[in-house]
Design a protein around this ligand. Structure first.
Ligand code: ATP
Length: 252
């Protein structure tokens, strides 16, 4: 799969398979193309060439809002929450992909809709409890810290019942203990919901603890694929990181 913006190549024939049920890491230096690749998978960007298959179904021309139909949910580097709404209301937005009816049925709140809404609310509260956020359910989202917003976004993504969960830098801005809790939560959710997870992350502790395999990107191309330990001891990977840091030092 390739991605160009004008004459600039952002991703150059990047190709890999994510085994079902695995936790797969996308790593690489700043500007390597990780978020752009994520945006292609989640339908926020249209690749210039190539294909993306989710459970054998081509998703490339589907817009981002249809991705839940393919069993796909994502979180963002900077959580996209409705800050004026409560934490529970934010999580409940994840249920819209499987609620029966549409906006008219929801506003009329017919009996089948009410029943599903009760189910969704109970599941949302359960997810919040299990990620340590039960106490915040009724609070306006803007009263929570950045780290807690990430937990709320994760609950919202899980409520959409995904088969493939995309996490974009979930550890950024989290404290050490919050990262530990996140690792436990993702492991538990993977097991319970039989999820496949793809995670973009700079936090190598999280990548080592969580992932079965990683792909390392550099300058929009795939540098290597293997376990996190193999990646960390690969001379090409070490050079890509050091080279980028040296470049940053020179320009500083
Ligand atoms: N919408 C866009 N238009 C033009 N160029 C873009 C666009 N989105 C990304 N790029 C460019 O693509 C390259 C890869 O960016 P991307 O954000 O995907 O990298 P990254 O590996 O996620 O970096 P980081 O770790 O810093 O988040 C960068 O040079 C960036 O400027």
């Amino acid at each position: 799969m390739s991605l160009h913006f004008g004459g600039i190549s952002v991703l150059d024939a990047v190709s890999f398979d994510v085994p079902r049920g695995s936790i797969f890491g996308l790593v690489g230096p700043n500007g390597a193309g990780k978020t752009s690749l994520f945006n292609c998978i989640s339908g926020h960007y249209q690749p210039s060439a190539g294909s993306i298959l989710v459970d054998g179904t081509e998703t490339v021309r589907a817009p981002a809002w249809r991705m839940a139909k393919f069993g796909l949910a994502r979180t963002f580097q900077h959580p996209a929450l409705r800050l004026d709404a409560s934490v529970l209301e934010n999580v409940m937005l994840g249920a819209h992909s499987w609620m029966p009816g549409g906006p008219v049925a929801w506003s009329l709140r017919l009996p089948p809709t009410r029943k599903r809404e009760r189910e969704a609310r109970a599941t949302a509260l359960d997810l919040l409890e299990r990620t340590g956020l039960g106490w915040a359910a009724a609070m306006p989202a803007d009263e929570l810290s950045h780290g807690l917003h990430k937990g709320v976004e994760l609950c919202r993504a899980l409520l959409s019942r995904p088969r493939l969960l995309l996490l974009d830098e979930p550890a950024a801005g989290l404290s050490h203990s919050e990262v530990e809790q996140l690792i436990g939560t993702v492991r538990e959710m993977r097991r319970e919901f039989e999820l496949t997870v793809v995670v973009v992350e700079h936090h190598m502790g999280l990548i080592s603890a969580l992932t079965d395999r990683v792909v390392v990107l550099d300058h929009g191309a795939k540098l290597m694929e293997g376990t996190a330990a193999e990646a960390q001891s690969d001379s090409r990977v070490v050079e890509a990181y050091l080279g980028r840091e040296a470049g940053a030092d020179e320009s500083a």
